[in-house]
Write a protein that binds this ligand. Sequence first.
Ligand code: G6P
Length: 612
Amino acid sequence: MCGIVGYIGKKNSLPIIIEGLRRLEYRGYDSAGVSIINDKAKVLNYKKVGRVGEMNDNIDKDIFQGSIGIGHTRWATHGVPNDVNAHPHFDMDDNVVIVHNGIIENYKQIKTKLLAEGFQFSSDTDTEVLANLINYYFRQTNDFEKSVRLALNEVEGTYGLACLCAKEPDKVIVARNGSPLLLGVGIEETIVSSDASAVINHTKNVVYLEDGDMAILTKNGFKMKTIHDVKIYREAHKIDFLLEDIEKSGYDHFMLKEICEQPDTIQNTYRGRINFDSGIAKLGGLDSVFDKMLNAKRFIITACGTAWHAGLVGEYMIEQFCRIPVEVEYASEFRYRRPIIDEDDVVILISQSGETADTLAALREAKKFGATTIGIVNVIGSTIAREVDAGTYVHAGPEIGVASTKAFTSQVMSLALITMMIAAEKNTISKESLIEIATELRNIPGKIKKMIDAKEDYKKVADAFKNANNVLYLGRGFNFPVALEGALKLKEISYIHAEGYPAAEMKHGPIALIDENMPVVFIAPQDRTYDKIISNIEEVKARKGRIIALASDDDDNINSYADYVLRVPKTLALFAPILNVIPLQFLSYYVAASRGCDVDQPRNLAKSVTVE
Ligand code: G6P
């Protein structure tokens, strides 16, 4: 997490850095800072607790002028959010200035060594240790590039970093190991950033750094090397989204915009990937591993957060329609528990950002054991997308709101396409069913649109329980993961405690919590679980719980059971999670907005968790 922006070129760097940091605030927003080298080669520093907007209001723009600079928006890992711990960090000689994303794991040992050498520290951060380590080598070599290289060969851990040197004020040095970093290559300027959203306003050409890469940026361009001093060349890529994709475009929040984009984003996920006459799906990115998928002994789906919930939906889909065993694992557990994996396993990594540290580590673990790895990723060119054997992009477009919405529905749609593709080839589904699914798939964007048009109805329900302290979400089958996702959405942005459960499991614990203050959200589609769900509703009613039911458009029966009904168009089981999650997204959005919460940047969270 944390966002980094750096600039070197002919323009005044501060506005470019601040604009970039604003776009990266989804990565962290507890403090912000910049260092600028002015035309007298003096380094000017500013850093404070608070958001980038506050820095923009408070910084003296007449003084902070210069065409070389670096900036940072922080999500605290080491050290509480305060002015001292904010980035940039400096060494004790005020020579090396650094912004850093990631964690230096052996910083304590390095600090002990430097303390013994007489170095002094003013913050609790690992980054300040790194600044001093670079300067430790600078004192010996008088060479900035060499000092960075020597220091990086000594550190263990992850970093995306950009640094300046007061004694070599004509360059910016950047490096990457485990935390994303790219260079925006403009005309007579280079911008370094944690992701493409901070550079798109200036250039569409980007070069991604790989782990172990360094780049030395000057006003004449940049050269790239590994941290072992081997020259390298990395190809430039074109950014594939537009500036308006990362702006609010009149919506109050990115989250609301992203919820409302789903009729389009879902189409972008399946466009060109399905033959509607035959129901045959084809994901070109998986061609090279398709045989492996067909012959897989089992699938292991691994992910974090919302993407993990999509994975659970995938398990229900693939097992039901393809008859292949599926396990779903939290990436953070998978990577550390010595899982049994071999060449006959297919491991599917799901990640919106393609940068989540645990998911990336799970991918590398799976590769080590020879499994075939597949990515379902949103961000094009991200690390997971680049490292998997094969993959499919979900094409949901940039997702800025910290609470994931459109990425989830596109991940589920991708899994549905994968399911159809395998089931057709393995003959585990009839031709008629395939065509029925494909026909319904075409209706999904329209059905989502219908719910978006009814958002005021969802808002009324949100008003009715915005003051709750706890909420329970219950669903069965394909909708159990939706219950988990509904609960996650609510707690992430409104700070109301919420739990998702398989509806029948309620009797094994959560029922003890139910009283007249407890709202319970039931996902109650008219499928084969309907009668069972109605029984569960009665059990809650008998204990005076407040019932909010998600029910099909034409289900009048539900009115006699539920206090509030959220209407959802009817669909096939395979697509039910995509439709059912939409009212739950709206519900949490409206609850959070009416409680005055910061919907797009909820406390303590970050969009892209690039630390363990
Ligand atoms: C964070 C975000 C979640 C996201 C999860 C996994 O916790 O706040 O919204 O679902 O990371 O992120 P990924 O980018 O791997 O999907």
